[in-house]
Design a protein around this ligand. Structure first.
Ligand code: ZN
Length: 247
């Protein structure tokens, strides 16, 4: 960030936002040009999701997304700026933004075959076959069906889409975004982890409210379960009581 940008952003950091513990004067932001590219990229990803459907969007590869965009007039081919922003989000070392989790995916065009995943009824989400599916069934068996899958397998494009939406909501603040969500190359959803929530809790399942539910209290007492992002974890990620560590 240039000194001019720093002063600009510093001036909009009110005492209230600092007290909320979400913004710091040292946070890194996208430039204005990158931010406008982010907006167009976010729109394209949303259109691809609508085109292929919510479930398929969890699995679609990078190359297939490019093809879908190019062959559908209402989406439109990705432009050079959008491609280079995707490259940056995928290949950058996020440690410079305070995210210290490990890289889980080295191939931007990572493929996930439907043969290796199981679709979980009524959720629109998938879980990898093997240990993830077995553990999920065991959790539901132990706790009951008031607990359900809120997010399962996420390939690079789905994680990119979540990352872009969050970065847009946080007005291009990459540092804050990195405290809330893994970059597209660093998500354990690409290799086995999944999220669970309580039926009826809606979007509050992705807040600390989930930790106050009896379902969560029951879940963390299960000896085969651990939570990936515990309070004050060394990855620099916020506490995520809903994210079950499998891998
Ligand atoms: Zn998660």
């Amino acid at each position: 960030m240039t000194r001019r940008d720093f002063l600009l952003y510093s001036s909009v950091l009110t005492a209230a936002s600092l007290n909320a513990g979400t913004l710091y004067a040292t946070d890194s932001y996208l430039t204005a040009d990158e931010f406008s590219t982010l907006l167009s990229l976010d729109i394209k990803l949303t259109k691809i999701k609508r085109h292929v459907g919510f479930g398929n969007f969890n699995l679609i590869s990078y190359d297939d997304s490019l093809k879908v965009a190019k062959t559908n007039m209402h989406i439109g081919e990705f432009n050079k700026k959008e491609i280079s922003l995707i490259d940056r989000f995928f290949y950058d070392n996020p440690a410079k933004y305070g995210f210290y989790g490990e890289r889980t995916c080295y191939n931007l065009n990572n493929k996930i075959s439907k043969k290796h995943v199981v679709k979980i009824l009524h959720t629109g989400h998938y879980i990898f076959q093997g240990t993830p599916t077995e553990d999920y069934a065991r959790i539901i068996g132990d706790i009951g069906d008031t607990l359900y899958l809120t997010s399962g397998v996420r390939n690079v494009i789905k994680q990119l889409s979540l990352y872009c939406s969050k970065l847009k909501r946080l007005k291009g603040n990459i540092t804050q975004t990195s405290r809330d969500i893994a970059p597209p190359s660093h998500s354990f959803h690409a290799i086995g982890d999944f999220d669970v929530g309580k039926l009826g809790l809606g979007s509050r399942n992705f807040t600390s409210d989930f930790a106050k539910t009896t379902e969560f209290e029951h879940m963390i007492r299960l000896d085969y379960i651990s939570i990936r992002y515990s309070p004050n974890n060394l990855d620099g990620v916020r506490y995520e009581p809903w994210h079950v560590k499998i891998v």
